[in-house]
Ligand binder design. Structure first.
Ligand code: AP5
Length: 194
């Protein structure tokens, strides 16, 4: 099993690159943002709670997200591995993920952090907001999301760096070029299938 965390601020390309990575290496994609938006659209109790935070660009409480991830991993016992996109976002989430994977005799092997200048992030997300219908793709909430990232999520990079798992990748290039940079690191662990 191979487990990858695709890390980076809002708009850095985690979702875009994850799609390509899971196809190329036949891994399972777990994106907490997508899972939460699905709960919101189905108006589940979890979704109603999560929406309050998401609409303000704040992180959803750790216990909500960790429970959701745990059941998602359990749904796929035969997975070749996972790409975690948008998770973990706090040190508590990172430690919980380590415990969950240890319980399954596996671990996070690699963390690829996409680094993109803030003005590019804002431009990408404002542009996506024109068509995405996402309630958090407007200037005010984008600013709050980036602030939340800098405050609570960036420190998670330090956690993985301390464990020797972090690689920082320039993510301002066009999508295919960034993908090539990411695969250079993944190929050290896993051969492409597609
Ligand atoms: P989430 O859905 O995870 O949003 P995010 O991290 O803000 O990330 P985005 O999806 O906005 O960006 P991305 O990095 O995936 O970039 P993308 O590929 O889409 O989280 C949303 C909310 O849910 C959070 O604010 C929080 O409330 C909650 N939440 C989620 N997970 C949580 C957790 N673990 N704990 C607590 N709360 C949680 O690209 C963005 C745009 O840029 C696209 O239009 C794309 O086409 C374009 N683009 C991508 N790459 C390039 C490129 N190389 N060049 C030009 N354009 C590009």
């Amino acid at each position: 099993m191979f487990n990858l965390v695709l890390f980076g601020p809002p708009g850095s390309g985690k979702g875009t690159q994850s799609e390509q990575i899971v196809k190329t290496y036949q891994l399972q994609h777990i994106a907490t943002g997508d899972l939460l938006r699905d709960e919101v659209s189905r108006q589940t109790a979890l979704g109603v709670e999560a929406k309050k935070y998401m609409d303000q660009g704040m992180l959803v409480p750790d216990e909500v997200v960790i429970g959701m991830i745990s059941s998602k991993i359990d749904e796929m016992p035969d997975a070749r591995g996972f790409v975690f996109d948008g998770f973990p976002r706090t040190r508590t989430q990172a430690e919980a993920l380590d415990k969950l994977l240890e319980f399954k005799n596996t671990q996070i092997h690699l963390v690829l952090s996409l680094e993109v200048p803030e003005e590019d992030l804002i431009a990408r997300l404002v542009n996506r907001g024109i068509t995405s219908g996402r309630s958090d793709d407007n200037q005010e909430v984008i600013t709050a999301r980036i602030k939340e990232y800098n405050l609570k999520t960036e420190p998670v990079a330090r956690y993985y760096n301390e464990h020797g798992k972090l690689e920082r990748i320039a993510g301002h290039h066009p999508v295919p070029e960034t993908f090539k940079l990411l695969t250079k690191h993944i190929n050290k662990y896993l051969l492409p299938i597609a």
